[in-house]
Design a protein. Sequence first.
Length: 453
Amino acid sequence: MIIGRRGLIAGGAAALLPLPAEAGENWRVLGEDVRAEMRWAWNHYRKRAWGKDQITPVSGGSESFSIKGHHLGLSLIEALDTLWLMELDKEFQDGVDWIKAHLDFDVDGEVSVFETIIRLVGGLLSAWHACGDPVLLAKAKDLADRLMPSFEASPLGLPHRFINLRTGALRGSETNPAEIGSCITEFGTLSKATADPRYFDAAKKALVSMFERRSKIGLLADRIDCMTGEWKSRRATIGPPSDSYYEYLWDGWQLFGDVECLAMYRACTAAILQYQEVEIGDHFWFVDVDFETGGKISAEQDELSSFYGGLLAQGGNRRDGEAYTRAWDSVADRFGILPEGYDPETGKTSHVTNDLRPELADAAFNHWLIDRREEWRHMIAKHYRAMKRWNRAEYGYAVMADVTTKKQGDHCPGYWWSEQMKYYWLAFADCRRFDYRKNYLSTEGNVLLGLKR
Ligand code: DMJ
């Protein structure tokens, strides 16, 4: 097994292209299949969990997400722009009607600021982008206003992790880059729509404030106190809980043309490529390192990191991005479906669950948007077929308790409705309502630019 830093290994070529899952694929037929699965899952949700946060797909019940026992229609909101892109217009309108009749954020309950922004504010904004109904924008604004105190309480502009939607009480001053820095696209969209710069400014301040705390070698650690700015860990990672911080630096540039975001993205990426990219066996990986010395901490990989190949390619580092996405695809080949954790040094899983994740399809979709090569669509098709084979339960799609035994768990995360089903559809179906040349999808898959009404 070869382990070496990128650039130190002679002949460090990317892995050979994997064979297509099925040559001569009829993409439109596959797209129709995705749409039929979406409709099937939606009908179960409609019948058994309407307005609830999440359906439990094995037992056919429901569960709340953020606030114990209180539901905010999470899956419904996450699903909306996917339904609209699929031209499932009756289903889309039913969801919008539910929001108008029932959704109320005046709740004495605590939510995660990060999850609420990327899932609910983003979901409402993308649905508003789809149909223009002003009530959706008003709901997004009401929710964002309830979250704003988390940004305002810190002298550094770094938000607390949790806030009570009614009282504004804050908790969780120890936080991380992703939860601090994944909101500029949702808040920036809201600022543009309402002509109120406060949201964009708060999000940008958090991104910059985080960036300014990078080490001399340009890396960020993954835990920090939002009131003092003191680092609480030494680990630099491209995975959770840092992942979407890097994504939103690029996205601030992509969606708003913010040159400071671009400069911050470039600086972070250069440091990551220099200190974290290594060749292990046949593939390139990004390992966790000490943020001040660059010394390796661990080679274990989190499935959530597999989005990063697509981001690198978007930012212009196509060769590195493609190699990393192929590395993850080789793990999918090995286990039939991706485990949550993988150790490339041993070739074994480090976490055996599968959380019904979209990241590899997300990365492949981004590669495909850039170069339209069939390799990526075949990779997405493989991801879809594996999901259909292993994650389909009686009342929807389910996580997996163990990828080695293929035992399912009774849980369908909200992002399933917003992310992979959309990536599959857009990659296969030649969607009439999507601008394939000029678009923006958030970290949660919410389309904030590029819907064709
Ligand atoms: C989604 O909620 C978002 O993509 C987030 O950035 C991290 N990953 C989950 C899905 O796995």
